[in-house]
Structure formats: structure tokens, C-alpha cells
Design a protein around this ligand. Structure first.
Ligand code: SAM
Length: 368
């Protein structure tokens, strides 16, 4: 840049410094945002990285938990800081969250928290209850659904990668697992945890033959089925682009089964493209992080079971919020730490691009 006079140059420097100060001040207050202006309203908390399934696309089958678990009170303190900064939705996950002792008490405490901002971003004194969700493999759900609902859980997502019992057992590597998960889904519905979402990761040559049966399942059981493209997040690094069943193919198959009707998104940060069928019965969604990335609308950060913040599923490192807390960090110091970390949230993932680097942790140890 060239300046006509020394005064012009000085004014420009002063203006820039003022802009930087303004932007710094904005980062220190107000709703939590990253450097791209994305509001962070959605926190996923892994409460354990233990899992009672060994799904072939997720785990090697030989490795167990790798990271520590924290006392429930420590997760709650960290969640409180995120809520004070603008988080509205908390999803509990793992590993398998239903294995975690103290889970019901944790949900009970989350249910008492109130949001610090209204959905339009205005700060509020009263606040609203959090949207509390949980993702589970469903194995222990039948007996826990009622207590989860009573504790204050709002919504549940059950991962189920086949509607055929044999294929299901082959994927999970747990015999007779399908009937238990199905019973869990039905019980969740009957205690009022609906609409239950059923997530299916499609793998070419493994369960992609079941797309139409999943559509039937949605219509018969009254659940929302969501197909998810397979991402490179597995322990044994078996991901290949050819294994991914892309969105267009899924849509084509469903539409041939029965004409699809597109549904509007529930929110701007909705990850799924939603459809029903021409008779309005059933709902299917497709989450396509590989063929149609939605990073531009990402409103999410994750907290791992050992208290690290991950700003993207594909992050190369994590940030030790628990360490800050264990060193005696005050609430305002933790808030400042969270703001600093979130500022560095990655713009997007690079799946399928040359030079793509696998993240430093796999899905089961991050919390999906
Ligand atoms: N145990 C719980 C469950 O099964 O839902 C929660 C944890 S699990 C890691 C969360 C979700 O991640 C599951 O729906 C699972 O199918 C999905 N997942 C695991 N590995 C994945 C991958 N490589 N690509 C896409 N989704 C994956």
C-alpha cells in the first residue's frame, strides 16, 4: 500500500489498530463465535471412550478405551462454561454413553441449566432449557429409556447399521445384538423420546443393499432414518473413497423405491437433507460430509472424555480445557481459554483432497 503523506500512513495504522482492538473486544464478550463468524451453539460431550460394540468400520476389535474419564462434576463445570458463552444444545456421546455411571445424574443437572442467549443471539437473564440429546448404539437402551426420559433427556439417536439381524451382528461383532437394539428403539418411542432418529453409516459392499429396507423400517416403525457417508475416522485406517456411498446414489435408490418429497431444513446448521415419500409416511435424511460438506454452517465443538476441546472432527490436535481447570482456572479464565481455542476452529475438513491428513483421534475416542 502507498500513502501520499506520512499523516495518511499514520491514520491508516491508527485505524487498523482500532479495528483490531474492536475485534479483540468482540471476541472477549458476546456469544461464542469463531474467526469466520460461525456461532458455536452445539456441544458434543463424550463421557467415555469405552464401547460394548466393535463395529467393523469404526474399531479394529483389538483395542479398548485409550483415554481417561473424568468425574461427572468436571464435565458439568466445563459444560456450564460453554453454556454461559452461548451453547444451546448438548449431545452426550462416546464410546457408548449408556455404559457411563452417573449419566442419569448428569442429565438431571443439564436439565437444570438455562441458555445465556436467545436463539437470535440476544443475551437473556431467564434463558431456556438446553436441548439435551444422546447418541447410543442402543444395546442397553430398552431398560434405560424410561430413566433417561425422567432425568430430562429430550432426544435420542440410535446408531443402527442394518435392519437385517445377521448383517447387523456381522457389523457390530456382537451376536444377537439386533433384537436388543430394536427393543431399545421401540421403548425409547414409547416413553416419549421421539422422534427417534436411527443413524446408519453406509459401506459399499457391506450394508448398501439395505437402503430400501431402511426406508421401509422408517415407515413401519415411525422413526427418522438418516444415512451417513462413511468418513476417514476409523481405527484401522481402512477408509477408501470407493467405500463411501454418496448422497446422489442414496437419493436415486430411495426415489426408485418410492417417489421422494424433499422437506425443508429444521435450521440453517441442519446437517441432513430431509425427505419423506409421496404419501407422507416415513422420513429419511442424508448426511453427506464427504460429497456435500457442510462446514460453512458448522456450529459444533466437541469435548472428549478426558476433557479436551476438539474444534473439528478432523482436527490434528486438541486443547486441554480440563488441564486449565485442574490448574485452578477461574470461570473467567476458562471462558477466555474457550474463546481463544474456538477462534482457531478449522474452516473446513479436507476429506478426499491430496495431502489429507487423518485426525489425531478416531471417532470412538472423539465422540461422534
Ligand atoms: N456408541 C454410540 C453410538 O454407537 O451411537 C456413540 C458413539 S459412535 C462413535 C457415534 C456415531 O459415529 C455412530 O453413529 C457411528 O455409526 C458413527 N461413526 C463411527 N465411525 C464413523 C465413520 N468412520 N464415519 C461416519 N460415521 C461414523
Amino acid at each position: 500500500m502507498s500513502y501520499k503523506t506520512m499523516d495518511d500512513a499514520a491514520t491508516s495504522v491508527l485505524e487498523r489498530t482500532a479495528d483490531e482492538r474492536d475485534s479483540h473486544a468482540r471476541q472477549e464478550r458476546g456469544r461464542l463465535r469463531d474467526k469466520l463468524g460461525r456461532a458455536i451453539t452445539d456441544l458434543r460431550v463424550s463421557v467415555t471412550d469405552r464401547c460394548n460394540f466393535k463395529c467393523v468400520y469404526c474399531r479394529t476389535g483389538n483395542e479398548g478405551a485409550q483415554y481417561s474419564e473424568l468425574p461427572i462434576a468436571d464435565y458439568l463445570r466445563m459444560v456450564r462454561r460453554f453454556v454461559a458463552l452461548g451453547v444451546e444444545k448438548v449431545r452426550l456421546t462416546g464410546g457408548e454413553p449408556l455404559l457411563r455411571s452417573g449419566l442419569l445424574e448428569m442429565i438431571g443437572e443439564l436439565a437444570k441449566m438455562r441458555t445465556a442467549y436467545l436463539p437470535d443471539g440476544t443475551p437473556t437473564e431467564e434463558g431456556r432449557p438446553l436441548d439435551i440429546a444422546l447418541t447410543t448404539n442402543g444395546h442397553l437402551l430398552e431398560h434405560m429409556a424410561g430413566s433417561l426420559k425422567e432425568a430430562g433427556l429430550n432426544r435420542i439417536t440410535v446408531s443402527m447399521d442394518a435392519v437385517d439381524a445377521e448383517t447387523f451382528a456381522a457389523i457390530t461383532r456382537v451376536p444377537r445384538s439386533f433384537d436388543r437394539v430394536l427393543a431399545g428403539i421401540r421403548q425409547a418411542k414409547s416413553v416419549g423420546l421421539g422422534p427417534v432418529k436411527v443413524n446408519c453409516v453406509l459401506l459399499r459392499g457391506f450394508n448398501d443393499g439395505q437402503i430400501e429396507q431402511f426406508a421401509e423400517f422408517s415407515r413401519r416403525e415411525g422413526v427418522i432414518v438418516r444415512f451417513i457417508e462413511f468418513m476417514p475416522l476409523e481405527e484401522d485406517r481402512s477408509w477408501r473413497p470407493e467405500t463411501v456411498v454418496p448422497m446422489d446414489e442414496i437419493v436415486g435408490r430411495l426415489d426408485a423405491y418410492r417417489p421422494l418429497v424433499e422437506l425443508p431444513p429444521n435450521s440453517v446448521s441442519e446437517t441432513a437433507k430431509r425427505f419423506t415419500f409421496d404419501d407422507g409416511l416415513g422420513e429419511v435424511g442424508i448426511i453427506a460430509p464427504v460429497s456435500r460438506p457442510f462446514c460453512g454452517h458448522c456450529s459444533r465443538v466437541r469435548l472428549t472424555s478426558d476433557g479436551k476441546i476438539r474444534t473439528c472432527l478432523f482436527s490434528q490436535s486438541d486443547h486441554d480445557l480440563y488441564g486449565e481447570m485442574a490448574r485452578g482456572g477461574t470461570d473467567s479464565e476458562l471462558d477466555a481459554y474457550i474463546r481463544k481455542v474456538v477462534m482457531r476452529k478449522e474452516a473446513r475438513h479436507h476429506i478426499g483432497e491430496p495431502g489429507f491428513q487423518k485426525p489425531s483421534r478416531n471417532m470412538v475416542h472423539i465422540g461422534g
